[in-house]
Design a protein around this ligand. Structure first.
Ligand code: PRP
Ligand code: HPA
Length: 184
């Protein structure tokens, strides 16, 4: 699939799957199930986090509820515009809920820092972030991320939900994109 467009495989399907088991254990340890179930609410950030969110939800040994939000700062470019827009808001109130934001990638950190402020103002009982990938620039922005899958180099990556111009989301692994794809 996508022959010639992927320069290298950065993280294999197996590595993603093993990491998700690890992350799920960490999240569950911090959010034990109670008699009334668990009030853990995963907030997935569309569209990139869809694969990660659904795999996390199934790996978590505690009941979770799912909500989605769509924001966009990239459009069809490989760098963030810095302007975050809400394309789809949550369907319900998160006040009093234990919320974990599920993100595919933290790159410049702009999306997440905006999202954390936005969701914190809705008064959840707790608010944490679980990100599969984090790039070096994100460390410069002060965003507290409790759960991180992989720290990766500063290269544009695709696959497992991550796109370039809406393509490659369906790849089961994470790869680097051959620069010829976005320079042509
Ligand atoms: O840390 P940042 O530099 O802000 O980048 C991270 C954000 O960029 C991507 O979303 P995008 O806006 O491309 O939308 P998508 O998830 O629909 O692909 C990704 O899914 C993150 O939400
Ligand atoms: O490296 C990336 N790949 C795809 N989408 C992204 N959004 C931020 N960084 C990236």
């Amino acid at each position: 699939m996508y022959e010639g467009d992927i320069a290298s495989v950065l993280i294999t399907e197996q590595q993603i799957s093993d990491k998700i088991q690890e992350l799920a254990k960490q999240v569950a340890a911090d959010h034990p199930a109670t008699d009334g179930g668990s009030d853990l609410l995963l907030v997935g950030v569309l569209k990139g986090a869809v694969m990660f969110m659904t795999d996390m939800a199934r790996a978590l040994p505690v009941p979770v509820q799912l909500e989605f939000m769509a924001v966009s700062s990239y459009g069809s470019s490989t760098s963030s515009s810095g302007v975050v827009r809400i394309l789809k808001d949550l369907d319900r109130d998160i006040a009093g809920k234990n919320v974990v934001i599920v993100e595919d990638i933290i790159d410049s950190g702009l999306t997440l820092s905006w999202l954390l402020k936005n969701l914190a103002s809705r008064r959840p009982a707790s608010l944490e972030v679980c990100a599969l990938l984090r790039k070096p620039d994100a460390v410069k922005v002060d965003v507290p991320v409790r759960y991180v899958g992989f720290d990766i180099p500063n290269e544009f990556v695709v696959g497992y939900g991550l796109d370039y111009a809406e393509r490659y989301r369906d790849l089961p692994y994470i790869g680097t994109l051959d620069p010829k794809v976005y320079s042509s």
